[in-house]
Ligand binder design. Sequence first.
Ligand code: SF4
Length: 357
Amino acid sequence: MSLIMLKDITIPEHFPIPPKVSEAELAADHQLFDRVKEALIAHQALLIAHYYTAPIVQRLAEETGGFIGDSLEMARVGKDSPLKTIVVAGVRFMGETAKILSPEKTVLMPDLHSECSLDLCCQTEDIIRVKAEYPKATVVAYANTSAEVKAHSDWIVTSSLAVELADYLKGRGEEILWLPDRHLGSYIANNAKTDVYCWPGRCVVHDSFDPSGIIKLKEQYPEAKVLVHPESPASVVALADCVGSTSQLLAFSKKDDAQTYIVATERGIFYKMQQACPEKTFIEAAIAPQGVSLDGAKCPWMSLNSLSKILECLEGKEPQKHEITVPEDIRVAALKPLNRMLAFSAALKAGSVPNDL
Ligand code: SF4
């Protein structure tokens, strides 16, 4: 098994991190809760929120018959809903994924500038060049990529399925070209015991978790278990009692019998963890003092999903500023690897994956 880190990939030196929202702005925004709730119901719009959005956005989804989940679950629910208008509270690739799967629906996002640093690490020109360098490799793209990047991929996968898919491809004798998260690529190579040509991208949040800070927290809370998302560095993964996607970490915290957890993933998940286990204590894992300036384990782009922008989506004067569009040729090309992921996930759940997906 080996990890071959790809070279000459365009990785931004600095990411366009939006400014932090002040407490006063947040308080004013929260006043809109009832109004936005009425607007969602009046417009028969389905609010699909990612686990990393603010607690008030998740509560809004709960109180309007919407949905909260990870990116795979969000894509599925948007597709299966009979409603024709979907508001995706998350980051742009999630809105694009909803549109790829449901072209007949209107997909709106509170802010189309809601980036993901992994997506920003992955330029189409680089993929075209690398694919030409490794023509035999199977391109497996993480869900956190643009529609255009998906269109150049053989498979899309979320973190909840990544190791299983790598195992499956290994069984078929295929080499994996993984993009764009370096830490998840390394995790896949180690766990599926397979060779991976790996893109050097990173998530600004998970890449910032600090192993020495987590060790200090463990000294303070010796009974605590450590929950880690695999977009985190290997030194952080090594400290984990459970490594998994956001949904998997949430499920573990529900069934496990510990009382305290140190959580190395985005802070938004605490809303659902605390709701499911009100008697347990969840502590945010330490962020390294150096590197990007983050507001703790908070994704700066997820914070763009404010209530005022959700209202703007539905009742603003410039709806085009919120609507996700994907050119049809790109959509059709991206649909193929996405459908493969959904078929793989369903087959895995059913207990048997055919060899020819
Ligand atoms: S937490 Fe990281 S991976 Fe998730 S949306 Fe933000 S930047 Fe992207």
